[in-house]
Design a protein around this ligand. Structure first.
Ligand SMILES: Cc1cc2nc3c(=O)[nH]c(=O)nc-3n(C[C@H](O)[C@H](O)[C@H](O)COP(=O)(O)OP(=O)(O)OC[C@H]3O[C@@H](n4cnc5c(N)ncnc54)[C@H](O)[C@@H]3O)c2cc1C
Length: 446
């Protein structure tokens, strides 16, 4: 090990942080998981990433790749292994003004991207939180406030540069290494470290954004009406419904319909949003015109000892009513997790199913439950959570890797159904036959 460490110290321009170093405490953890890695490497350049990958492979230790560090399953750290933390590869540059092509470092966050693109009048279909990483979110999907108009974050990816398990640099796009390009759009971090992403951004004005709230007692009618309306709503409108928030009264918590209208025309925005206002008794409405950048929220790091169990699934049109009914009943029961229902469809569903490794394009909704609290509270909530998901199982499809706190074989099969998994495994055999990149919803090379 020591000769490998000496070699990497020679070739590596960034920091190597070991236990005992002043920065170790913060460097060892990802946002949602504590860890005790032996080395945290912070590369500054692609050459550093190559040296880091070769070093990690040589140690035989488990390797975590950290983008923004927000993964729910805690893949961004480990115990006793190596972490390659990409946070210094965060440059954001418009590389083609006419095509709105933007090159983004593999460790940038969406807040950095939004801030850098705002002066150009551009934004990328991404997520809702500033501190979330471009890497993790994009490689498994990316469902954000422009999703119905411009699709998933990965649908806006034009090319990527990766360092593979052998330390080689490869490019992936529609022209080069097409099968790898297919795989990294949905297959997560299985195939290498993405050092830069080229995205097509979209001209972006200020947007209408806010929250319209309804009493919990109207949840069933509001949610059904909301889902029905979204089938015909303009695609400029993207919406998320939250309810049963344990920090806002649990079963009594209001139903919050978050709306984002991609445009600054007040009449068009009102036409799109008013039908939602008519779904029930509005108890709050703070929809306002805001810069896109301000619509993103700051993420929170939970205090030590707090656990999060996040589960997700997709819902096709024919199951929407049944699923919303089950979730509404669960929300009213007093033993419910926090429930969020995301509208998808629109541009997501127009991309052919086999164009990328993201497997659930035909879903109308993506549902997420989050159980949060100290370990005993989370443990005590598990039977009720299992019962809810047991009821949902016949009506939902798969799971969204980005909202999944576990990574069992069942989870991996849910994220990558049959044919998708087989095709990903063939790409894995080519680019990572030794499964160096295994801290993810792992596709085995066998
Ligand atoms: C507060 C919060 C808000 C969220 N909001 C949204 C949302 O609006 N929409 C949505 O779709 N998702 C959302 N998510 C989920 C989010 O997409 C996932 O948690 C995602 O994994 C975060 O990526 P990251 O880079 O921050 O995390 P990390 O933990 O750093 O990365 C997760 C995994 O992705 C891989 N990875 C990351 N970067 C790279 C890279 N450059 N090269 C290769 N592999 C890489 C690695 O396997 C890594 O272990 C949210 C999560 C949180 C905690």
């Amino acid at each position: 090990m020591s000769s490998a460490l000496e070699a990497v110290r020679r070739d590596f321009g960034g920091d190597i942080i070991e236990p005992g170093a002043a920065e170790y405490e913060s460097a060892s953890r990802s946002v949602l998981a504590a860890g005790s890695p032996v080395y945290v490497l912070r590369p500054e350049t692609v050459a550093d990433v190559r040296a880091g990958v070769r070093f990690a492979a040589g140690t035989g230790l488990v390797l975590s790749v950290r983008g923004g560090g927000h993964g729910f399953a805690g893949f961004g750290t480990n115990d006793g292994g190596v972490v390659i933390d990409l946070s210094r590869l965060a440059n954001v540059q418009v590389i083609d003004d006419e095509r709105h092509l933007v090159r983004i470092g593999g460790g940038a966050t969406w807040g950095q991207v939004a801030a850098a693109l705002a002066p150009h009048g551009l934004a990328i279909s991404s997520g809702d939180t500033r501190s979330v990483g471009v890497g993790g979110l994009t490689l498994s999907g990316g469902i954000g406030w422009k999703v119905r108009k411009y699709g998933l974050a990965l649908d806006n990816l034009a090319a990527a540069e990766l360092v593979t398990a052998s330390g080689e640099v490869v490019n992936a796009s529609a022209e080069e290494n097409q099968e790898l390009f297919w795989a990294i759009r949905g297959g997560g971090g299985n195939f290498g470290i993405v050092t830069s992403f080229d995205f097509v951004a979209h001209p972006t004005t200020d947007v209408f954004y806010g929250r319209i709230t309804f009493p919990a007692t109207e949840a069933a009618a509001v949610l059904q009406g909301w889902a029905d309306y979204l089938r015909t709503a303009p695609e400029e409108l993207t919406s998320v419904a939250d309810f049963a928030n344990p920090f806002a009264g649990g079963p009594e918590a209001p139903v919050e319909i978050h709306v984002a209208f991609d445009g600054d025309n007040p009449d068009l925005a009102a036409q799109a949003i008013d039908p939602i206002r008519r779904l029930g008794t509005v108890t709050g409405d703070n929809v306002a015109l805001v810069p896109y950048e301000d619509m993103l929220v700051d993420g929170m790091t939970p205090p030590p000892g707090i656990e999060l169990v996040t589960r997700s699934a997709f819902v096709r049109k024919e199951s929407v009513s049944e699923v919303l009914q089950i979730l509404t009943e669960a929300g009213a029961s007093g033993r419910s997790p926090f429930i969020a229902v995301h509208s998808v469809g629109g541009a997501v569903a127009r991309v052919p199913d086999d164009a990328t490794a993201y497997a659930y394009r035909q879903a109308e909704l993506m549902i997420v439950t989050t159980t949060v609290g100290p370990k005993p509270v989370v443990q005590a909530a598990r039977p009720a959570l299992a019962a809810i998901w047991g009821r949902l199982a016949p009506h939902v499809d798969g799971a969204y890797a980005n909202f999944l706190a576990s990574a069992t074989e069942e989870d991996v099969a849910a994220v990558y159904p049959g044919e998708t998994y087989q095709r990903l495994a063939a790409v894995k055999r080519q680019y990572d036959p030794g499964n160096l990149f295994a801290r993810n919803h792992n596709v085995l090379p066998q």
